[in-house]
Design a protein around this ligand. Structure first.
Ligand code: FAD
Length: 381
């Protein structure tokens, strides 16, 4: 697939989706001298609410080191959070039920990022590469390459198209029409609690050290995790990510009601759920930026499927959507991006990328499902 002329790679790669995996792939390919263009549906980089914390483990950290040019890697490190050293569980009255501590890495270690700040850092140097407001609609093989059709009626031609368009991937829908994305039945309400001094004073120490979950057994519960920036984005500062999870029954609202709620109504619902919890938790919930709340449905696949041979390939959530219960989705998308960079630059092949990705992606999906079954009242057959 890779075409070389006098040692130079002669190939144009189109990427649908400027998410975590698509941006990492674009950086890796550009570093290797490949012509690349990223087509993103959102009209701008700051279009959606996406300021929540993402845990980055060694798999993601190694992939970032492999694909990013040094100037971009420095930007990612600078905008990452100070590393935490704790995962702990509590009951709603803040009695501690479990604790695991971890060694804190060196000054360049990345253990978690704010999704918005991370994407902005990963966009460093890509101004001429990313086209915003370009929604992939369909594609067709033409000669050795692929024609890409966009929702605005325009078309582009590339040698390879990478579907990095996330859990609802339209590239996947065309390539693998039998692929099933299951609804787990679990809903999350995400919120942000800005860490003003008065809030830091009431926050339990553990909540500022690492990932803490609070629940009354399997089912509805809340998680808190600090985002303490090395360098904050211009738009906001340090915050505590707060997430309520539960089924429709546990949250007391069906999807039609939940997804029609305004941010402040969603946060009001969280306030009701914690009304008889420890006063420190109630105080934190009361201190949130209610306008930042949003709800999501947790979805997953149960098998990762191979796509047919050809110039269209998949990466990240597009091919292995998974529950966030292993903190692995972004890390696996980054791993894919590093492996696909090697395949598209001739170090390996697209067939070996697909084979390795199937095994690695499936292992992450399985771990997320197993964790999810322990943590939530899952309804996946
Ligand atoms: C609340 C939450 C918390 C999470 N926490 C963690 C965590 O701690 N650790 C972890 O590893 N993972 C975590 N994940 C998972 C992680 O965010 C995803 O696995 C990761 O973003 C996948 O990257 P991706 O590039 O495949 O897709 P995405 O990052 O979803 O990017 C897809 C991109 O494609 C664009 N797009 C969609 N359709 C089209 C189209 N038709 N045309 C053009 N563009 C399109 C989208 O706008 C988006 O920018 C979390 C997920 C959620 C929702």
């Amino acid at each position: 697939m890779t075409k070389f002329t006098d040692g130079v790679i002669e190939m144009k790669v189109a990427i649908a989706g400027a998410g975590i995996g698509g941006l990492a792939l674009a950086q890796g390919l550009l570093k290797a001298g490949v012509e690349v263009r990223v087509y993103e549906r959102d009209p701008s980089p700051s279009f959606r609410r996406q300021g929540y914390r993402i845990h980055i483990g060694p798999v993601g950290e190694q992939a970032l080191a492999a694909v990013l040019p040094e100037v971009v890697r420095r930007r990612v490190i600078e905008t990452a959070t100070h590393p935490g050293d704790l995962v702990a569980g509590f009951d709603p009255q803040l009695n501690q039920l479990s604790e695991r501590t971890f060694p804190i890495g060196g000054p360049d270690s990345i253990t978690s990022v704010d999704r918005y700040a991370f994407r902005r850092a990963m966009m460093t140097g890509l101004d001429e590469v990313i086209a915003f407001g370009k929604e992939f609609a369909s594609c067709g093989v033409v000669g050795d390459g692929v024609e890409i059709r966009f929702a605005d009626g325009t078309t582009e031609v590339a040698d390879v198209l990478v579907g990095a368009d996330g859990v609802g991937s339209r590239v996947r829908a065309q390539l693998l029409p039998s692929f099933v994305v299951h609804d787990s039945g679990i809903r999350c309400i995400y919120g942000k609690i800005p860490l003003a001094d008065a809030v830091r004073a009431v926050a339990p120490t553990a909540f500022l050290r690492g990932f803490c979950f609070v629940n009354e057994g399997v089912g509805a519960g809340m998680a808190f995790a600090p985002v303490l920036f090395r360098t904050p984005p211009a738009e906001y500062g340090d915050y505590l990510m707060a997430v309520m999870t539960g089924t429709a029954e546990q949250l007391g609202h069906c999807d039609d009601e939940l997804f029609a709620m305004s941010p402040s109504e969603l946060w009001g619902l969280v306030g009701k759920q914690v009304a008889d919890w420890h006063p420190a938790i109630r105080s934190l919930v009361d201190s949130a930026d209610a306008s930042a709340a949003f709800a999501i449905a947790l979805r997953t696949c149960t098998s990762v499927l191979p796509w047919p041979d050809g110039p269209v390939v998949l990466l990240g959530d597009a091919v292995h959507p998974m529950l966030p219960s292993a903190g692995a989705g972004a890390n696996t998308a980054l791993w894919d991006a590093a492996r696909l960079t090697s395949a598209l630059t001739g170090a390996t092949t697209l067939a070996s990328y697909r084979e390795e990705m199937l095994a690695h992606g499936m292992a992450a999906v399985t771990e997320s499902l197993e964790n999810g079954k322990r943590m939530f009242d899952l309804r996946i057959e």
